[in-house]
Design a protein around this ligand. Structure first.
Ligand code: PNS
Length: 192
Protein backbone atom coordinates (compact mmCIF):
# COMPACT_ATOMS: atom_id res chain seq x y z
CA UNK A 1 0.00 0.00 0.00
CA UNK A 2 1.16 3.56 -0.73
CA UNK A 3 2.46 5.55 2.21
CA UNK A 4 2.48 9.32 1.73
CA UNK A 5 4.81 11.32 3.89
CA UNK A 6 4.57 15.11 3.75
CA UNK A 7 6.73 17.92 5.07
CA UNK A 8 5.18 21.12 6.42
CA UNK A 9 8.12 23.57 6.54
CA UNK A 10 8.08 26.99 8.14
CA UNK A 11 9.53 29.40 10.65
CA UNK A 12 6.72 29.01 13.23
CA UNK A 13 7.94 32.04 15.17
CA UNK A 14 5.63 31.64 17.00
CA UNK A 15 3.21 28.84 16.03
CA UNK A 16 -0.28 30.28 15.52
CA UNK A 17 -3.78 28.79 15.53
CA UNK A 18 -3.59 28.95 11.74
CA UNK A 19 -0.49 26.71 11.75
CA UNK A 20 -2.17 24.27 14.13
CA UNK A 21 -5.31 24.22 11.99
CA UNK A 22 -3.22 23.35 8.94
CA UNK A 23 -1.27 20.65 10.80
CA UNK A 24 -4.56 19.03 11.88
CA UNK A 25 -5.90 19.13 8.33
CA UNK A 26 -2.64 17.76 6.94
CA UNK A 27 -2.56 14.96 9.50
CA UNK A 28 -5.95 13.80 8.19
CA UNK A 29 -4.88 13.43 4.57
CA UNK A 30 -1.26 12.30 4.80
CA UNK A 31 -0.06 9.07 6.39
CA UNK A 32 2.78 10.94 8.05
CA UNK A 33 3.36 14.67 8.49
CA UNK A 34 6.68 16.12 9.51
CA UNK A 35 6.60 19.71 10.70
CA UNK A 36 10.03 21.10 9.81
CA UNK A 37 11.14 24.22 11.65
CA UNK A 38 13.69 26.23 9.73
CA UNK A 39 16.87 27.02 11.61
CA UNK A 40 17.77 30.28 9.91
CA UNK A 41 21.14 31.66 10.96
CA UNK A 42 20.49 35.00 9.17
CA UNK A 43 17.37 35.98 11.11
CA UNK A 44 17.19 36.39 14.87
CA UNK A 45 13.88 34.77 15.82
CA UNK A 46 11.73 35.83 18.77
CA UNK A 47 11.63 32.21 19.93
CA UNK A 48 14.73 30.03 19.91
CA UNK A 49 14.69 26.76 18.02
CA UNK A 50 14.35 24.65 21.22
CA UNK A 51 11.42 26.86 22.31
CA UNK A 52 9.63 26.43 18.97
CA UNK A 53 10.31 22.68 18.99
CA UNK A 54 8.90 22.36 22.50
CA UNK A 55 5.78 24.44 21.76
CA UNK A 56 4.97 22.51 18.58
CA UNK A 57 5.60 19.14 20.24
CA UNK A 58 3.20 20.05 23.04
CA UNK A 59 0.58 21.34 20.60
CA UNK A 60 0.65 18.25 18.39
CA UNK A 61 1.06 15.57 21.08
CA UNK A 62 -2.49 14.34 20.28
CA UNK A 63 -1.64 13.72 16.61
CA UNK A 64 0.09 10.36 16.38
CA UNK A 65 1.22 10.68 12.74
CA UNK A 66 2.82 14.12 13.26
CA UNK A 67 6.50 14.61 14.04
CA UNK A 68 8.30 17.85 14.84
CA UNK A 69 11.85 18.37 13.61
CA UNK A 70 14.27 21.15 12.79
CA UNK A 71 16.16 21.64 9.55
CA UNK A 72 18.61 23.99 7.95
CA UNK A 73 19.72 24.55 4.38
CA UNK A 74 17.60 23.71 1.37
CA UNK A 75 14.12 22.52 2.16
CA UNK A 76 14.03 20.13 -0.82
CA UNK A 77 17.19 18.39 0.41
CA UNK A 78 15.74 17.97 3.86
CA UNK A 79 12.47 16.65 2.35
CA UNK A 80 14.47 14.06 0.41
CA UNK A 81 16.44 13.04 3.49
CA UNK A 82 13.24 12.21 5.37
CA UNK A 83 11.67 10.59 2.28
CA UNK A 84 8.82 13.09 2.07
CA UNK A 85 7.15 13.18 -1.33
CA UNK A 86 4.93 16.19 -0.65
CA UNK A 87 5.37 19.65 0.79
CA UNK A 88 2.42 21.16 2.58
CA UNK A 89 1.95 24.93 2.63
CA UNK A 90 -0.97 27.07 3.75
CA UNK A 91 -2.55 29.79 1.64
CA UNK A 92 -4.65 32.31 3.54
CA UNK A 93 -5.40 34.99 0.98
CA UNK A 94 -4.60 35.95 -2.60
CA UNK A 95 -1.68 37.96 -1.25
CA UNK A 96 0.05 34.71 -0.16
CA UNK A 97 -0.34 33.18 -3.58
CA UNK A 98 2.39 34.99 -5.49
CA UNK A 99 5.14 34.18 -2.96
CA UNK A 100 3.95 30.62 -2.50
CA UNK A 101 3.73 30.01 -6.26
CA UNK A 102 7.26 31.33 -6.76
CA UNK A 103 8.58 29.18 -3.95
CA UNK A 104 6.73 26.05 -5.15
CA UNK A 105 8.03 26.48 -8.69
CA UNK A 106 11.60 27.07 -7.50
CA UNK A 107 11.36 23.97 -5.32
CA UNK A 108 10.02 22.01 -8.31
CA UNK A 109 13.00 23.20 -10.37
CA UNK A 110 15.33 22.03 -7.60
CA UNK A 111 13.54 18.72 -7.05
CA UNK A 112 10.97 17.79 -9.75
CA UNK A 113 9.68 14.73 -7.86
CA UNK A 114 8.56 16.75 -4.83
CA UNK A 115 4.97 18.02 -5.08
CA UNK A 116 3.71 21.08 -3.22
CA UNK A 117 0.18 20.80 -1.84
CA UNK A 118 -1.66 23.93 -0.72
CA UNK A 119 -4.36 23.87 1.90
CA UNK A 120 -6.46 26.67 3.37
CA UNK A 121 -6.74 27.15 7.11
CA UNK A 122 -10.18 27.89 8.62
CA UNK A 123 -11.36 31.30 7.42
CA UNK A 124 -11.38 32.61 11.01
CA UNK A 125 -7.57 32.42 10.87
CA UNK A 126 -7.20 33.91 7.39
CA UNK A 127 -5.67 37.13 8.74
CA UNK A 128 -3.44 35.52 11.38
CA UNK A 129 0.30 35.49 10.78
CA UNK A 130 3.30 35.01 13.08
CA UNK A 131 4.58 38.44 12.07
CA UNK A 132 1.37 40.21 13.12
CA UNK A 133 1.13 38.17 16.32
CA UNK A 134 4.68 39.26 17.20
CA UNK A 135 3.82 42.88 16.42
CA UNK A 136 0.67 42.89 18.57
CA UNK A 137 2.41 41.07 21.44
CA UNK A 138 5.46 43.35 21.32
CA UNK A 139 3.11 46.28 21.92
CA UNK A 140 1.50 44.43 24.83
CA UNK A 141 -1.74 43.77 22.92
CA UNK A 142 -4.03 40.76 23.32
CA UNK A 143 -3.29 37.67 21.24
CA UNK A 144 -5.96 35.40 22.72
CA UNK A 145 -7.66 33.37 20.01
CA UNK A 146 -4.82 33.98 17.55
CA UNK A 147 -2.36 31.57 19.14
CA UNK A 148 -2.79 28.48 21.32
CA UNK A 149 -2.81 29.11 25.09
CA UNK A 150 0.72 27.72 25.62
CA UNK A 151 2.05 30.17 23.04
CA UNK A 152 0.10 33.05 24.59
CA UNK A 153 1.66 32.18 27.95
CA UNK A 154 5.18 32.05 26.44
CA UNK A 155 4.63 35.42 24.74
CA UNK A 156 3.52 36.94 28.05
CA UNK A 157 6.62 35.56 29.81
CA UNK A 158 8.95 36.76 27.08
CA UNK A 159 7.37 40.18 26.72
CA UNK A 160 6.56 40.84 30.39
CA UNK A 161 7.76 44.52 30.32
CA UNK A 162 5.68 45.29 27.19
CA UNK A 163 2.54 43.80 28.75
CA UNK A 164 3.20 45.63 32.04
CA UNK A 165 3.62 48.95 30.21
CA UNK A 166 0.48 48.31 28.15
CA UNK A 167 -1.60 47.51 31.26
CA UNK A 168 -0.30 50.62 33.08
CA UNK A 169 -1.17 52.79 30.06
CA UNK A 170 -4.68 51.31 29.93
CA UNK A 171 -5.15 52.12 33.64
CA UNK A 172 -3.87 55.66 33.07
CA UNK A 173 -6.29 56.12 30.13
CA UNK A 174 -9.16 54.85 32.29
CA UNK A 175 -8.21 57.24 35.14
CA UNK A 176 -7.98 60.25 32.75
CA UNK A 177 -11.27 59.33 31.18
CA UNK A 178 -12.92 59.10 34.65
CA UNK A 179 -11.53 62.56 35.52
CA UNK A 180 -12.96 64.00 32.27
CA UNK A 181 -16.39 62.52 32.90
CA UNK A 182 -16.40 63.90 36.47
CA UNK A 183 -15.51 67.35 35.11
CA UNK A 184 -18.23 67.12 32.44
CA UNK A 185 -20.74 66.11 35.13
CA UNK A 186 -19.77 69.08 37.37
CA UNK A 187 -20.14 71.51 34.43
CA UNK A 188 -23.53 70.00 33.51
CA UNK A 189 -24.78 70.43 37.11
CA UNK A 190 -23.48 74.00 37.24
CA UNK A 191 -25.34 74.90 34.05
CA UNK A 192 -28.58 73.28 35.22
O1 PNS B 1 7.00 30.22 7.64
P1 PNS B 1 7.78 30.78 6.49
O2 PNS B 1 8.83 31.73 7.01
O3 PNS B 1 6.89 31.40 5.45
O4 PNS B 1 8.55 29.54 5.81
C1 PNS B 1 9.42 29.73 4.72
C2 PNS B 1 10.24 28.45 4.46
C3 PNS B 1 10.94 28.01 5.71
C4 PNS B 1 9.31 27.37 3.99
C5 PNS B 1 11.26 28.78 3.31
O5 PNS B 1 11.94 29.94 3.63
C6 PNS B 1 12.27 27.65 3.11
O6 PNS B 1 11.92 26.61 2.61
N1 PNS B 1 13.53 27.90 3.50
C7 PNS B 1 14.60 26.94 3.41
C8 PNS B 1 15.63 27.35 2.37
C9 PNS B 1 15.14 27.01 0.98
O7 PNS B 1 14.95 25.86 0.62
N2 PNS B 1 14.94 28.05 0.18
C10 PNS B 1 14.43 27.95 -1.18
C11 PNS B 1 12.94 28.18 -1.19
S1 PNS B 1 12.36 28.32 -2.81
Amino acid sequence: MRHISALYPGSFDPPTNGHLDLIERGAKIFDELVVGILRNSEKVPMFSLPERLEMLKTLTAHLKNVRIEAFHGLMVEYAKSIEATCVLRGIRAVSDYEYELQMALMNRKLEPTLETVFMMPADKYSYVSSRLVREVAQAGGPVRGLVPEVVEQKLREKLEPAYKFHDEMQEEIARTSDKHSEKRERLRKKKA
